[in-house]
Design a protein around this ligand. Structure first.
Ligand code: HH2
Length: 288
């Protein structure tokens, strides 16, 4: 059973607050905000190597903004569960350095997808606005204090070192979020700056990823906005065998289900198609 922390905010997260203008603006749109993925990595699972030069990265960021992205999520280290090469902070910074300053002025908030507080600190200094931590403040002991000190919005994502088909994944996600929120509270991170993410594909079997999507509404009990990133992930191939670039239909299906269950930010590689799907679904919903 998921621990109920706030029954009043059960489905769609928090109300807009003037104290947290960035998140409030992102969350107050009629359809979920779209976070476009920009991987400046040689080895990301679906687009590794495609945007490694600064020119390629900037062109892709511009394309995503033109297609309607509300956030650009830049990552320089692949976090894919199988075969990702861990890299040093220096290497991560080396990959980000020529690109980040070019992307910040494009006019949408930039989030930094990194589990290292030294990298996030540098990115926030360069103008990134959001910290996206795929270890939910639990890996790098300096992350919570950093985001508290900068008053930066932070995505707390559920993760596990390895999948265990025997566990109740919803209970595991809920326990993880509870631990992360304790760490956040201790460090002085404001609840109004926190977004929760079930971490589709991270430390989960394909079935568990689908369970997290099917039962996403239960995580609304935390009373915090939810982000979902199902884009091109492996669980889609478990249903319909496919390569990452062939998973657009499955990604959109998953994201529409997530939006219906209360997700307010959707992380996607295919921005134009995702924006269109979410806006059409929201428009249809308004006809009821
Ligand atoms: N997924 C990936 C990376 N970062 N961050 C959040 N908050 N949620 C996610 O679901 C998420 C994430 C994995 O996707 P991608 O960035 O395309 O791959 P890689 O980690 O191989 O670079």
């Amino acid at each position: 059973m998921i621990a109920i922390m706030s029954r009043s905010a059960k489905t769609t997260g928090m109300a807009p607050s003037p104290n947290y203008p960035l998140l409030s603006a992102l969350l107050s749109k009629p359809s979920p905000a779209v976070m476009g993925v920009l991987n400046v990595t040689p080895d990301s699972f679906s687009d590794g190597g495609r945007f490694v030069t600064p020119e390629q990265a900037l062109a892709q960021a511009r394309r995503m903004v033109a297609e309607g992205a509300d956030i650009i999520d830049i990552g320089a280290e692949s976090t894919r569960p199988y075969g990702a090469e861990p890299i040093s902070a220096d290497e991560e910074l080396r990959r980000l350095q020529p690109v980040l300053a070019e992307i910040v002025p494009l006019g949408v908030p930039v989030s930094i997808d990194s589990m290292k507080s030294v990298v996030v600190a540098w990115a926030l200094e360069q103008g990134a606005a959001i910290a996206n931590d795929v270890w939910g403040l639990q890996r790098d002991g300096g992350m919570a204090a950093l985001v508290a000190a900068r008053n930066a919005p932070v995505v707390i994502m559920h993760n596990r070192d390895r999948a265990d088909p025997a566990i109740d994944i919803m209970e595991d996600i809920s326990d993880f979020f509870t631990r992360s929120l304790e760490i956040a509270d201790k460090a002085g991170v404001s609840r109004g700056n926190i977004v929760l993410d079930p971490g589709i594909g991270f430390g989960k079997t394909p079935e568990q990823s689908m369970t997290a999507l099917a039962r996403l509404d239960e995580l609304g009990a935390f009373g915090l906005p939810l982000l979902v990133g199902a884009s091109r992930k492996r669980f889609i191939s478990a249903v319909t065998p496919s390569e990452p670039h062939q998973r657009l239909g499955g990604s959109i299906a998953a994201h529409l289900i997530a939006a219906r269950a209360g997700a307010r930010i959707i992380r996607a590689h295919d921005v134009a198609e995702t924006v269109q799907a979410l806006r059409v679904a929201a428009a249809i919903g308004q006809q009821r």
